[in-house]
Ligand binder design. Structure first.
Ligand code: ZN
Length: 241
């Protein structure tokens, strides 16, 4: 970590440009110049999605300047094999997930809150990589980024019931009368079911809600909370040192 951006060890090892910004960088929308300085990437190459907690995957087959002129991009995931774009999602408790395929080269980004997690948005992204670029799930490397963890993510019956029905006891902790959901674990379960190999999936084990010095949190700060940026790109550059 260089102070304002967290990296996945596994994605670093395969040499793909990526990161998860932290509070030190500020809210993504207000600090793109800082992000550009830290990453040496261009803000104009970022593809922004209007995240709607759905299951649709955007195939980025044009430069970001063209994609971003469409303000109706209602997607929670994107894939690309272009080297001139940076895929991104913004989160403040929801789970950001980055996927990388080395051969053929392609990347994906996913935004998964509890609705998207239940609906399997991450499996839709994996399927899109397979169908569009002929990627092989077992060869994918995945990083599940910082999100709200069970320590802070108490949920009602409308979440706990479908979570335990779908993912089993691993995805819900019960403490007395309270139930806590495991977003990262649930998404990891989907990835394994999709055919990814366990050793290629990394979970960055931070809670966005209780690590307030590091992250913005919707649950802690409400709707006006800033947002972290998760990004990944096939840009032709040397691996992160
Ligand atoms: Zn916590």
């Amino acid at each position: 970590m260089n102070g304002s951006i967290l990296f996945s060890e596994k994605l670093k090892r395969v040499g793909v440009e990526h990161g998860f910004t932290t509070r030190a960088l500020g809210d993504v929308l207000g600090s793109l110049n800082l992000w550009e300085k830290e990453t040496n990437l261009k803000g104009s190459s970022l593809v922004w999605l209007n995240q709607v907690h759905g299951i649709d995957v955007f195939v980025v087959d044009q430069p970001a300047s063209i994609c971003s002129s469409d303000h109706e991009l209602r997607y929670d995931a994107a894939i690309t094999n272009r080297t001139d774009v940076v895929l991104s999602v913004r989160t403040a408790d929801c789970t950001p997930i980055l996927l990388f395929s080395d051969e053929p080269r392609a990347v994906a980004v996913v935004h998964a809150g509890w609705r998207g997690t239940l609906a399997g948005i991450v499996t839709h992204a994996v399927s899109a990589l397979v169908e569009t670029y002929n990627c092989t799930p077992k060869d994918l490397t995945a990083a599940i980024g910082p999100c709200i963890q069970p320590c802070c993510y108490e949920v009602g019956e409308e979440v706990s019931k479908p979570f335990s029905d779908r993912f089993g006891s691993e995805a819900i902790s019960i403490v007395g009368a309270s139930k806590y959901a495991h977003l990262a674990t649930a998404n990891r379960i989907w990835l394994i079911e999709c055919g990814l190999s366990a050793e290629k999936i990394e979970t960055l084990d931070y809670c966005t809600c209780c690590r307030k010095e590091l992250f913005f949190s919707y649950r802690r700060e409400g709707a006006l909370a800033g947002r972290q940026l998760a990004y990944i790109s096939l840009t032709d550059r040397s691996p992160i040192a």
